[in-house]
Ligand binder design. Structure first.
Ligand code: C2E
Ligand code: CA
Ligand code: CA
Length: 277
């Protein structure tokens, strides 16, 4: 009977089995990378759209599989969040990023580093201490560290979040709202939380020149940010036409393939040296 059952459901169970196996493999791979400190961090420059100067860098985690191929963060970050591995992953990325920013400082370059922070990291009661320790261990000035959080993170337990953000901001670090426009933003929260930077989500930038609707969204986000006194940065800038249009709308910073893909630490250093501001 068991055999029969197997045959009858073989199509489904096969699929399910393989997806469970894949998930398990990915989790093992991620867990090992964390234990053996084998996560990489790549850095993507943030550019002043008017002067072409490098005004910052975003740290983006990288994981390779057993064959050395990159696995997309869109695959393993959600898994890291579900399994709680995100806490350790986040800490490792933060440390590497602070170390790198300090090395730029030692080269005489003031390049602020942005680190992505997952909701669970914020919820961790030790989070502010982890940040403080990273700044202290690498002797990195707090104003050179920026945390990127999503709008959705702001909505979770608002009272608690306000205390945490206040704690973090009093260290002197900056806070930016990632993927702006895609989550459940509450304008009242935005004002209350006193964030520094708004990142316009790349989904709006992508079609801003061939979709009137997207253009209006980008325009509206920019004037909203300006009226709140926030710095604005557009994600996913891929063409010079987009750069020009963003500048005309008064968005002064951008990040995207037009300038550079995320680079390994050594490639980023080479980029800095040959880049003309
Ligand atoms: P994100 O924070 O919105 O990061 C921007 C993503 O857009 C990066 O993908 C980057 O490589 C990509 N990108 C940059 N410029 C362009 C462009 O011009 N065109 C296009 N099509 N894409 C561009 P990546 O590195 O694959 O990361 C995906 C997401 O994974 C990130 O989105 C972020 O949500 C998450 N992530 C990455 N690293 C970390 C991390 O260390 N911690 C946490 N919690 N999440 C991370
Ligand atoms: Ca980000
Ligand atoms: Ca984004």
């Amino acid at each position: 009977a068991k055999q029969e059952g197997r045959n009858r459901f073989s199509f489904f169970s096969h699929d399910l089995e393989s997806s469970i196996r894949e998930r398990h493999q990915l989790e093992t791979c991620l867990r090992n990378a964390i234990i053996h400190d084998e996560l990489f961090v790549h850095y993507q420059p943030k550019i002043n759209l008017a002067t072409n100067e490098i005004v910052g860098a975003e740290a983006l985690v990288r994981l390779t599989d057993s064959e050395g191929l990159f696995i997309s963060p869109n695959e393993f970050i959600p898994l890291a969040e579900e399994t709680g591995l995100i806490i350790k992953l986040g800490k490792q990325v933060l440390y590497k990023a602070c170390q790198e920013a300090k090395s730029w400082l030692n080269m005489g370059l003031n390049i602020p580093i942005s680190v992505n922070v997952a909701v669970a990291q914020f919820a961790d009661p030790h989070f502010a201490n982890i940040i403080e320790k990273a700044l202290h261990d690498y002797q990195l000035p707090a104003e050179l560290l920026e945390l990127e959080i999503t709008e959705t993170a702001l909505m979770i337990d608002a009272a608690d979040m306000q205390t945490k953000l206040y704690q973090l901001k009093s260290l002197g670090i900056k806070i930016s709202i990632d993927d702006f426009g895609t989550g459940y933003s509450s304008l009242a929260y935005l004002k209350k939380f006193n964030v520094d930077v708004m990142k316009i989500d790349m989904s709006f930038v992508k079609d801003m020149l061939n979709n009137k609707h997207d253009y209006e969204i980008v325009k509206t986000i920019i004037s909203l940010g300006q009226s709140m006194g926030l710095a604005l940065i557009a994600e996913g800038v891929e063409t010079n036409e987009q750069r020009q249009a963003l500048l005309e709308l008064d968005c002064l910073m951008g990040q995207g393939y037009l300038f550079s893909r995320p680079l390994s630490a050594s490639d980023f250093n080479a980029f800095i040296l040959q880049h003309k501001g």
